[in-house]
Design a protein around this ligand. Structure first.
Ligand SMILES: Nc1nc2c(ncn2[C@@H]2O[C@H](COP(=O)(O)OP(=O)(O)OP(=O)(O)O)[C@@H](O)[C@H]2O)c(=O)[nH]1
Ligand SMILES: [Mg+2]
Length: 263
């Protein structure tokens, strides 16, 4: 039986277990060397991101992915830049899809759906997320998770601007109350997903896409687990207006949670 068939057969069981699987579990890095033919390796992984004028960070982010995955993960950038970001991405072997800048979610949705490897990992292209955690994310998928979500707030996220930290805690509280399920970080950019999860759901949000990508799978009974991660200070300029973006995210959390509840 192929690993994909084995996992598809186990899907209903995992959905039933999902109520207890949601939050705050530390995950150990497991065997990602590929010795077990039933396990996914980095050859099954696409690391994807929206990139919008990130020339200060993209080289470091792509170098880190190359080092950590030994060059085995595929990298896809959906790019709307007017600087050298796409050239640097191509020099590092990434696949670059050009797209006029239309916001975070429009780019990331395209980036998630464009490749066809069975595991997709999202990140921001600003050097805030620890690519050295990729083996732990893959190990969690191999343990049966459908979605592994990097929880930046667990370790305190000191490098995050205080306003954003407050907002992110508020979003998590709001989402937890609406879902009836405790989550700690709804707006993280670093997650791993089984492809079948992202392909089976219709995504509607833009700035709020990150929250939507957590809320809809969780409320549909997928095995979603938060994994604590460190968070670094951003390289380069933010692309998000904190007030306008924050309001859009709060609206998305409300809309998506209610849609899922009454689905
Ligand atoms: N292609 C594309 N990428 C985008 C767009 N908006 C944001 N991005 C990318 O999406 C990622 C997230 O944007 P950020 O500016 O880091 O937003 P954020 O993480 O909420 O804010 P920070 O706390 O400043 O990091 C980055 O890699 C951006 O380059 C867009 O309109 N088009
Ligand atoms: Mg960012």
């Amino acid at each position: 039986m192929s690993s994909m068939q084995r996992r598809a057969n186990g899907r209903e069981d995992r959905r039933d277990e999902a109520d207890t699987a949601a939050a705050g579990t530390a995950i150990d890095a497991g065997d990602t060397t590929g010795d077990d033919p039933e396990e996914y390796t980095f050859e099954d992984v696409s690391v994807v991101m929206g990139t919008y004028n990130e020339e200060a960070a993209i080289g470091t982010v792509l170098d880190d992915i190359e080092t950590v995955t030994d060059g085995h993960a595929e990298v896809v950038c959906v790019d709307g830049s007017s600087d050298r970001t796409p050239e640097i991405a191509r020099e590092h072997g990434a696949r670059v899809i050009e797209q006029a800048p239309q916001g975070y979610g429009v780019a990331v949705r395209e980036a998630i759906l464009a490749p066809n490897r069975p595991i997709v990992v999202t990140t921001d292209c600003d050097d805030t997320y620890p690519m050295e955690q990729l083996p732990a994310f893959l190990a969690a998928i191999n343990e049966g998770c459908d979605v592994v979500s990097g929880d930046r707030l667990y370790h305190g996220a000191e490098a995050m601007p205080a306003f954003n930290r407050f907002g992110n805690r508020a979003f998590a509280t709001l989402a937890s109350a609406l879902m009836g399920e405790v989550v700690h970080d709804t707006t993280t950019g670093m997650r791993a997903y089984r492809r079948e999860v992202v392909e089976s759901i219709e995504w509607t949000e833009n700035t709020g896409l990150s929250a939507e990508l957590l809320i809809r799978p969780l409320m549909r009974g997928y095995d979603v687990r938060e994994h604590p991660i460190a968070y670094r200070e951003r390289a380069g300029e933010t692309k998000l207006d904190p007030i306008e973006g924050g309001l859009a995210i709060a609206k998305s959390i409300l809309k998506v949670s209610l849609e899922e509840r009454f689905r």
